[in-house]
Design a protein around this ligand. Structure first.
Ligand SMILES: Nc1nc2c(c(=O)[nH]1)N[C@H]1C(S)=C(S)[C@@H](COP(=O)(O)OP(=O)(O)OC[C@H]3O[C@@H](n4cnc5c(N)ncnc54)[C@H](O)[C@@H]3O)O[C@H]1N2
Ligand code: MOO
Length: 400
């Protein structure tokens, strides 16, 4: 049996690399950038007017001129309308390129305009005000995005503004979610009194959908030959197998043996944790990675969050996000020598601190409790008593 830290390290050491592909920039949300993007021109590319009003020469103002003759009007996108003579101004709109002769912009709110003249209503004017200067944000040739950036709406806007219509992004692994167990029926079916509906696989599929992965799903009966032939097929068609169930001590828990028969290398079986102790992880010589999660719904879910998502982030080379910590809101005792992943509800205190209130359900079969919680709090292995106010790492979910 390995510890949580050892399991994490072994999993991350087996991160994959599925190469890169070129896609349309506006279909890249959530993907991981696999190239460097540079500014193709200065940002902004010209001295950009940032308020609607008039543009003047500051020297005129310094010489006491308060009323300016409007010699033209310039919209955003227009070629500059120059006001070269003393006392002249140009009416100018936000987004316009400031003409060369003028250097200061006064807002309409600070003017009175009549008979083709604009008169200042304020006395406090600074040279260069209301102008977003060329190159103030980035210079032509500057690196604006580096590989590993997760593509967010703001990144898409950056990419659009530098004229990149296509992006090179990391290719995602092909994932199949495999559920097993003869007690499990389809969602639409009517279960017998001793059966239940399949739900873990839909839960994992939803987690993956949130990560931009459209996983396939298969269900296998508790029958070694059927398990073997299905997994053999999966081995050909997928990069990652996410299994749920059939890996513990039960008479019908055939999966570890079948994986062995199919020449998968067992990297570990069993982690010193609750939930999720029977977790099996391994790899085939052809590179296919298997996460065989314990079937209890909370165990499958916790292992997906705690192990699969970090594996995926490392595989895609995604920049790491800061870990989140919260303060326990109640005392908790946990006796077994296992690392406990406590289900908690998160809230913010008046001072902005994050608090975690335990919502202990009926163990790892209680998926109803999961819907009412926000995170797993990872309590350290070397303690049994956890006091209100102590701060521990949380793994958040249910954030949408
Ligand atoms: N003698 C022992 N028994 C068990 C141990 C142990 O150490 N010694 N570990 C327990 C723990 S902890 C867990 S977790 C489970 C894991 O067992 P399996 O991975 O073999 O899972 P199953 O037995 O197939 O299923 C467990 C439970 O979850 C339900 N399940 C499974 N798949 C789904 C699904 N897709 N959707 C909804 N529910 C699912 C299944 O019906 C069972 O109720 O073993 C303990 N036993
Ligand atoms: O892993 Mo089991 O989830 O402790 O029930």
């Amino acid at each position: 049996m390995v510890t949580v830290e050892q399991a994490e390290e072994l999993i991350l050491n087996n991160a994959g690399d599925y190469g890169a592909e070129i896609i349309l920039f506006n279909e890249s949300l959530g993907r991981v950038l696999a190239e460097t993007i540079k500014a193709d021109r200065d940002l902004p590319p010209f001295n950009r007017v940032s308020m609607d009003g008039i543009a003047i020469k500051f020297a005129d103002f310094e010489q006491g001129i308060k009323t300016f003759k409007i010699i033209g009007i310039q919209a955003a996108g227009d070629a500059p309308v120059n006001a070269t003579q003393p006392g002249e101004c140009v009416e100018i709109m936000t987004g316009a390129a400031l003409p060369g002769a003028v250097d200061t912009v006064i807002r309409y709110e600070d003017l009175e305009i009549s008979d083709g003249k604009a008169t200042l209503q304020i006395g406090d004017i600074k040279k260069g005000q209301n102008i977003h200067f060329r190159g103030a944000d980035r210079r032509e040739g500057d690196i604006v995005l580096t590989p590993g950036r997760v593509i967010t709406p703001a990144v898409i806007s950056m990419v659009a503004s530098v004229g990149e219509t296509e992006l090179r992004v990391k290719r995602k692994p092909r994932v199949v979610i495999v559920s097993s167990g003869d007690e499990l029926v389809d969602v639409a079916a009517k279960p017998s009194p001793y059966q239940i509906r399949r739900s873990n696989n839909y839960m994992v599929k939803a987690v993956l959908a949130g990560l931009g992965i459209d996983a396939a799903m298969v269900h296998i009966p508790d029958e070694p030959e059927a398990i073997k032939s299905t997994l053999q097929q999966c081995l050909v068609n997928f990069d990652v197998l996410l299994l749920s169930g059939g890996i513990s001590m039960g008479k019908f828990d055939y999966i570890p043996q079948v994986l062995k028969d199919l020449q998968f290398e067992q990297i570990f079986h069993k982690v010193q944790q609750r939930p999720g102790k029977p977790f099996w992880f391994g790899k085939h010589e052809n590179g296919v990675v298997v996460f065989a999660f314990p079937g209890n719904p909370v165990a499958t879910f916790m292992c997906t969050q705690r192990y699969f998502i970090p594996w995926l982030n490392k595989t895609l080379g995604a920049e790491s996000k800061p870990a989140v910590y919260a303060a326990l809101n109640e005392d908790i005792a946990f006796e077994p020598a296992l690392q406990y992943f406590l289900q908690v509800k998160l809230s913010f205190g008046d001072d902005g601190r994050l608090f975690a209130t335990p919502v202990e359900g009926n163990g790892s079969g209680d998926f109803a409790n999961l819907a009412d919680t926000d995170a797993f709090m990872e309590l350290p292995l070397n303690k049994n008593e956890f006091k209100k106010g102590e701060v521990y790492r949380v793994w958040m979910f249910n954030q949408q």
